[in-house]
Design a binder for this molecule. Sequence first.
Ligand code: ADP
Ligand code: MG
Length: 701
Amino acid sequence: MNSNFLQTPIEYLKGVGPNRADLLKKELGIFTFQDLLNLFPNRYLDRTKYYKISELQKTNAEVQIKGKIIHLKTVEQKRGKRLVATFTDETGKMELVWFRGIKWIRANLKINEPYVIFGRVNWFQNIFSMPHPEMELLKEHEKSLRSAMQPVYPSTEKLSSSGITNKVINNLMQQLFLDTKSSFAETLSNEVLNELKLLPKNKALFNIHFPENNELLAKAQYRLKFEELFYIQLQLIRKNLIHKSKIKGYTFPNVGDYFNEFFKSYLPFDLTAAQKRVIKEIRADLGSKAQMNRLLQGDVGSGKTVVAFMSMLIALDNGFQACLMAPTEILSVQHYNGLLKWCNQLNISIFLLTGSTNTSKRREIHENLENGFLQLLIGTHALLEDKVKFKNLGLAIIDEQHRFGVAQRSKLWHKNVSPPHILVMTATPIPRTLAMSVYGDLDISIIDELPPGRKDIKTVHRFDANRLKVFRFLKDEISKGRQVYIVYPLIQESEALDYKDLMDGYESIVREFPMPDYQVSIVHGKMKPADKDFEMNRFVKGETQIMVATTVIEVGVNVPNASVMVIESAERFGLSQLHQLRGRVGRGAEQSYCILMTSHKLTHDARTRLETMVKTNDGFEIAETDLKLRGPGDIMGTQQSGVLNLRIADIVKDSEILKIARSYAKQTLTSDPSLSHPANAVVKSTYAELVKYRNIWNYIS
Ligand code: ADP
Ligand code: MG
């Protein structure tokens, strides 16, 4: 059937008309024949079996029965009437009951004609009864395309109350298949169909709506899911390729003295296999002609900093400057101090620029940036100020990306005539499947391995009633010279209450851990930045043993001596937040602990979150669980959730199909970027059509 026909407005389908068309448009977004064809069932009812009335059980199950109506009566009751039919087969009697639409139903029911009925059975007043059965004359049933696996379509309250029942949709679908003679253009190339042994489009569409059997249904679902994911990936990858061909980047052909000398003489440990792989990926990007736009994901402590440093050395080796931007002052100071030693060894000029850099230092930095003496600049968003002008910025690295937005990323771009290469680093693992579908414009590298010898953080869940025991444990750890974080939730809507909890908690801790034996710091969002930094620094220097805080410490501070993280009201935190918080400990040589405190009242999801934390330290596993609990929209924020309005595939459950679809899309575009090979003609025209009718854009924000 040619595709123009499928663009016919839905009101022209026999059985639709203007009123139904309005409802279909409003409630299900069905405007054309094509839209109806792409309305895929949510589930299927197994109607392979016919029950005898004598076999019925009091299980309230859905069953299908063949039989006849032998008697009809209307019964008056307190609230309105009900219509009761006596229904029999050769084994017994039961009742069919209607409470609504009685007049119309009564007029249309045929006495003594064989019917097939379907519905849920109740045991009521000593007889089995089926309220509002779905029913069809046996002779119609045998003729119909409808099969033993009966599709259940998405519906709304409004649709079913306006008489557009599942059966009506089913009939419309049948009409559509009659009008089109069940013939639909193929949308995947022969090559893919053969290699993956996919059902042809015709057969897949037929079986998704009228499954011939379970096996064909499964194949139809696979084929249509694959197709959906394939075209989304094709779109994303294409966007990425266009970006690369349009935006020329600096080419850094040389891996030179800085990089080699560092690697040979100063690198204090062996790189993990994952670090090596990622450095290789970055090197390949920097050596190509296109601008790099790469996301580096790696769990807390996986060693992203050294990867960042070695990437910056490549820029320096090619005569360019590089910068590293972190979201807080403390973090950028930590980066600066960490890299200073290596820079001194290599004779590299490195500067730190933050909000608190004084005017004369600032002037010096601006000057050295512009004359090119300065090679590495570390800092906060102060780097984004207009006054900060580089001579030749070749690589910009952003740490902890979730604190910066896309807007900031693009601001860095304009620091130069040509945009610098960009590497964004994040410790918040985004499940691979989701990253694949959302970050079309970024390439992704993953460090999925921790440096050797890292001890897992022991995580336990304790109820508030055991607080005294927990305090005793903290005292033991402090007496061994360790430091402790105690974190309280701070959630916008209940801010006042949360502050009260925090302050009450702080007071009880000061009472339990009195001076002069103990020193307790407190940090929260209402403090002035300078006070916050002052308190943080006392803790960093080891002058205080306990840090009471709200989640402001979530972002990457490094206090290797802190070995215990207590999280209060842990049931109120999301999984990724819990994982981030836990990542603040376990940075030194000592065994570290995370204690999740909660009340006894826990929802099912909260319990799952806590169990997940106790069970695993693996950020990716945690991210996958988080995705299952919250759904993709919540994780990425509403802005991107449009990406995930899939018709048939499920980004979580179908991640295997997604991987295959992605690799085929990549393969197709790499070997034939403009889709001009005859073998890809089908893909090209399908893609063009998806774009034309904007079907695909629904997915992509
Ligand atoms: P993150 O990925 O959280 O930014 P860092 O880069 O801060 O992690 O690294 C955490 C710690 O692990 C640092 O002390 C770093 O020196 C150390 N480290 C990084 N890579 C390795 C490695 N391959 N072997 C041993 N230690 C490493
Ligand atoms: Mg880091």
